[in-house]
Design a protein around this ligand. Structure first.
Ligand code: PMP
Length: 361
């Protein structure tokens, strides 16, 4: 086969967790709880559901290819111009679009060890060279990342809070980093989990766009807004970047239901508030348990927490599965001793902790 570039032959597909039904069948169990994909345990919010129902009669028609209404609402909420926004089929599609549009084979992409795996996959799929910067305390070492930039660097990717570790870098550190990045190097600041960060710690990333025309802020409706299955995310950046990204973007990349639901979700403050407080309470429950049991974990600002068993985590993962608790082993991220647990509903968290207590003895 003739492939697009030398990166493709060595590429391995993204490994999503197995569907719950398949796992249950394999293990001969039922009523399992899935705490593996950082989804919103509340399910679809009422306003999003109503908007989906209202949109159903129009499904024989194409969606609005420019997502006018959703972009208008987002622009107003974020205090940006609609021309600074681009919508995607999940933020994942937009990450890929940034690579398609701006990264050529042989150019360097800088990212941190233990970060969202899609950055590594996209780098390789585009034949670019990965510059993986060793983590500091499981999170981004921004000084080292700035030092890793060379004339061949095209893109730097920062995930904040980070997946799979939940670590967080504060505003002052990111600002100092941005001040060191040459103007021709683009920076994707992936804020998929930003809604879970306490308000007094949140980063004014959108305000920075006026100062840093090379900054691209990425967000999603898949987490705190509870729309992972619909696939909708967005990026906010300089209008010139949006303009070129739009030339490469597929028309109609966001479907009508996703557009309608996302717009309604932005208005559902009650749902968002509940999701965030449920997450805060769940996080406190896990932390208290880990402390009590003397287990090592990585403090997280996201909707998941990573437990470090300090021994191969595979057997514990399997034993939890047999208890009907599905979490995420992250050996593929270079963390074979860790399990990532998504924060669920209170009863799901309690089941997970009971199973952990049983399995760990
Ligand atoms: N960025 C990060 C850091 C993520 O963890 C995820 C989802 N796991 C995404 C982006 C992609 O999310 P989506 O495509 O659903 O917007």
């Amino acid at each position: 086969l003739a492939l697009a570039n030398p990166g493709v032959p060595g590429l391995h597909p993204y490994q999503p967790g197995k569907p719950v039904e398949e796992l249950e069948r394999e293990l001969g169990i039922s009523n399992s709880v899935k705490l593996a994909s950082n989804e919103n345990p509340l399910g679809l919010g009422p306003k999003a559901r109503a908007a989906i129902e209202r949109a159903l009669p129009d499904l024989a028609r194409y969606p609005d290819a420019n997502g006018f209404a959703l972009k208008a609402k987002l622009a107003q909420k974020l205090g940006v111009d609609a021309g600074q926004l681009i919508l995607g089929n999940g933020s994942n599609e937009l990450i890929d679009l940034v690579f398609h549009t701006f990264v050529s084979p042989g150019q360097q992409v800088v990212y941190s060890q233990y970060t969202f795996i899609v950055y590594a996959l996209a780098t390789q799929a585009h034949g670019a060279e990965a510059v993986v910067v060793p983590a500091r305390d499981f999170g981004h070492d921004l000084d080292a990342m700035a030092a890793a930039i060379t004339p061949a660097t095209r893109l730097v990717c920062i995930t904040n809070p980070n997946n799979p570790t939940g670590t967080f870098v504060g505003a002052a550190e990111i600002e100092a980093f941005m001040d060191k990045v040459p103007a021709e190097v683009l920076v994707v600041l992936d804020e998929a989990y930003t809604e879970y960060v306490a308000e007094d710690e949140r980063i004014p990333s959108i305000d920075w766009l006026a100062r840093y025309p090379n900054l691209i802020v990425s967000r999603t409706f898949s987490k705190a807004y509870g729309l992972a299955g619909l696939r909708v995310g967005y990026m906010v950046c300089h209008p010139e970047l949006v303009e070129v990204l739009n030339r490469v973007r597929e028309p109609f990349n966001c479907n009508s239901l996703a557009l309608a639901a996302a717009e309604a979700a932005l208005d559902d403050e009650a749902y968002l508030g509940e999701a965030v407080s449920l997450n805060r309470e769940g996080m406190a429950l896990y932390e208290a348990f880990f402390k009590e049991k003397g287990l090592k974990y990585i403090p997280s600002r996201a909707n998941f927490i990573t437990l470090d068993l300090q021994q191969d985590a595979g057997a514990v993962y399997q034993a939890l599965l047999r208890e009907g608790v599905i979490v995420r082993p992250i050996a593929g991220y270079g963390l074979p001793t860790c399990l990532r647990i998504s924060i669920g509903l209170e009863q799901e968290n309690r089941r997970c902790l009971e199973a952990l207590a049983k399995v760990l003895g």
